[in-house]
Design a protein around this ligand. Structure first.
Ligand code: NI
Length: 393
């Protein structure tokens, strides 16, 4: 892409946050092991005299700017954890930790939020309220948001905001959409119990493989026959294990896979139908079975009024807003949105690879863009919430 106004903007004034991102990139830590990352973030916050809110978290940091003038409290969240991926970017600042990499760009999220905290600290006395900065651990395991909420540091927060880098959007663009943006990502394990027998004498046993085959086929009817044409869902069986010999009908079969949905009602309906299919097919075929759910994060559903604020902030920050295509990936920001109105956006980072790829990269020109977006958004959101607009009851 050429000619976008942001391309001519240098990193002047933002080098510090580019360097911070590169430091984090070199020393990635996995979910709930972000001890050095936590220490480093506390250090950078202290350098700028930014208040740290003690939350009792083992990893992760909560900080705060504002409160000089009374007003609402909003939160902005960045995730700080990395992935068990061996980096293959060849960058000069590539990961120095074997088998660990910031392959989802959470180093970029963290550096951008630090930049926003610095910028907002400079104009603290003008802020009409308080901004709480959430450097959240363990997003990749979908645990961190719960840990932050349980610590109580978000009590009284009226709106929460978060972003994820988006490799397929150019720098200078931002994906903002009200309603569903990312999927609920649940997992399942189905165990089918039959009765083993000689393969030549099937009538003496109860075949779990035939049952598993019928279950997989019947599951295909859920999306096609139970989910409205105006809604969507995905059911993928990704593992099927059974048997040890060519001439033995085994005792057991195990199926595993995932269900993705963008709506809580559809999610509940699909999970219910799934259990009914397993119960019905096993009982019809004389075997028995059970479903074990691996509950993932709920869907990311953006608040309509906050999406409007996001569009205003994007314009003020000189970003081009686009309507993003929802992603079937999961994101634990959704856990906050069940309790606090929230907006999650996609920041264009012009990457060459998708999230979690060993050669994942991003264009660091998106750091100034993100800092400007957060700074404008905090300002606009506090003013509007203070004036009784948006989310105030
Ligand atoms: Ni991520």
């Amino acid at each position: 892409m050429t000619g976008h106004p942001l391309e001519s903007v240098s990193h002047t004034g933002f080098e510090k946050f580019v360097q911070i991102r590169r430091h984090l990139h070199q020393y990635p830590e996995l979910s709930n092991e972000e001890f050095e990352t936590t220490k480093a973030i506390r250090g950078w916050l202290a350098e700028a005299g930014i208040r740290i809110v003690e939350a009792g978290l083992a990893t992760g940091v909560i900080a705060e700017v504002g409160g000089v003038r009374p007003g609402p409290v909003i939160a902005i969240r960045a995730d700080i954890d990395a992935l068990p991926v061996q980096e293959e970017t060849g960058l000069s600042y590539a990961s120095r930790i074997p088998g660990k990499m910031h392959a989802c760009g959470h180093d970029f999220h963290t550096a951008s939020l630090l930049g926003a905290a610095y910028a907002l600290k400079e104009r603290e006395s003008e802020l009409q309220g308080t901004v709480r900065f959430v450097f959240q651990p363990a997003e990749e395991k979908a645990k961190g948001a719960r840990q932050v909420l349980d610590s109580g540091v978000l009590d009284g927060v009226q709106a929460i905001f978060g972003l994820h880098n988006k490799p397929d959007l150019p720098v200078g663009t931002i994906g903002i959409k009200s309603g569903p943006l990312m999927a609920a990502a649940d997992g399942f394990v189905v165990e089918v119990d039959g009765k083993g027998s000689h393969a030549a004498v099937p009538e003496a046993g109860l075949d779990p493989i035939v049952t598993a085959a019928h279950i997989i086929t019947a599951l295909q009817s859920i999306v096609s026959r139970n989910v409205s044409a105006l809604q969507s869902a995905v059911i993928s069986v990704t593992q099927l294990h059974s048997g040890t010999a060519w001439n033995v009908i085994p005792e057991k079969a195990v199926l595993e896979g995932t269900i993705r949905t963008f709506d809580e009602q559809v999610r509940a309906q699909v999970l219910e139908r799934f259990s009914q299919v397993v119960d019905g097919v096993t009982s019809a075929l004389g075997t028995s079975g059970g479903v074990r759910w691996i509950e993932g994060p709920p869907p990311v559903i953006n608040d309509e009024a906050l999406a409007q604020l996001g569009l205003e902030a994007a314009a003020a920050a000189g970003l081009e807003a686009v309507v993003p295509v929802p992603s079937p990936a999961g994101e634990d920001f959704a856990v906050y949105q069940r309790e606090i109105p929230g907006l999650f956006v996609f920041m264009g980072t012009a990457g060459t690879q998708e999230w979690h790829h060993p050669a994942f990269t991003l264009d660091e020109a998106a750091i100034p863009a993100s800092i400007r977006f957060w700074t404008e958004l905090a300002d606009i959101a506090l003013k509007q919430l203070a004036s009784g607009g948006g989310e105030q009851p």
